[in-house]
Design a protein around this ligand. Structure first.
Ligand SMILES: [Zn+2]
Ligand SMILES: [Zn+2]
Length: 112
């Protein structure tokens, strides 16, 4: 079970699973994104064990590349779904997921 707690920040107070920023060793509320103080080393160690790290920017429809490990919104090229970083085709995706993703990517690119 990942570690969860009630946010101690005023105006939030939600029960959530906080995240740790490994670069600063600070813990943040996953609901209001404010720092949570008084987090013990024990809890931090526990969070590290569960990899409750600061989430990367929330990229919709992000796919993790098997080749370069980049997690980003893929590109469509010649009806294939490719990694935007190394341009490798995401061949590990299921056909159904590919179709869904293509539709969503088209919609998403129209939003911009
Ligand atoms: Zn909060
Ligand atoms: Zn890649």
């Amino acid at each position: 079970m990942p570690f969860s707690m009630t946010c101690t920040n005023r105006g939030c107070g939600d029960l959530m699973e906080p995240y740790l920023d490994p670069s600063t060793d600070k813990v943040f509320c996953s609901k209001c994104d404010k720092e949570l103080v008084n987090i013990t080393h024990f809890i931090k160690a526990q969070m590290k064990q569960f990899k409750q790290f600061k989430p990367k920017k929330n990229i919709s429809f992000a796919v993790k590349c098997k080749k370069c490990n980049t997690e980003d919104r893929p590109l469509i090229k010649n009806k294939d779904i490719i990694c935007p970083s190394c341009k490798t085709i995401h061949s590990h995706l299921s056909q159904a997921f590919k179709i869904m993703l293509m539709e969503q990517l088209k919609k998403a690119s129209q939003d911009i």
